[in-house]
Design a binder for this molecule. Structure first.
Ligand SMILES: [Zn+2]
Length: 95
């Protein structure tokens, strides 16, 4: 048994859904983890004590049962923010 932040998984799923739809958004590793980080900081953690096999069915249940409007909003805000200030540019130019 291990602790998982279910919200992390939900944000992952949302990014997978929104990123391909958003043409202006960079899907690189750096930007993606920045978006995930920003979104998670705005959302409440949802810890579950579960085995790995259970995780995905629980995510599905949670997303169907609860309104995910807040999650959508936080993820979209994070995407917009990273779009306007992508940190991969800083790394490439070296300041
Ligand atoms: Zn990027």
């Amino acid at each position: 048994m291990a602790l998982f932040n279910l919200m992390e998984k939900i944000v992952d799923l949302k990014l997978e859904k929104y990123l391909p739809e958003d043409k202006g958004c960079c899907p690189c590793e750096q930007c993606r983890s920045d978006m995930k980080c920003l979104a998670l900081n705005k959302l409440p953690a949802k810890y579950v004590n579960t085995e790995k096999g259970e995780l995905f069915s629980r995510v599905d249940q949670l997303m169907v049962r609860q309104s995910s409007v807040d999650v959508d909003f936080a993820v979209m805000q994070a995407i917009e923010f990273v779009k306007s200030k992508p940190r991969h540019d800083l790394a490439k130019k070296g300041g």
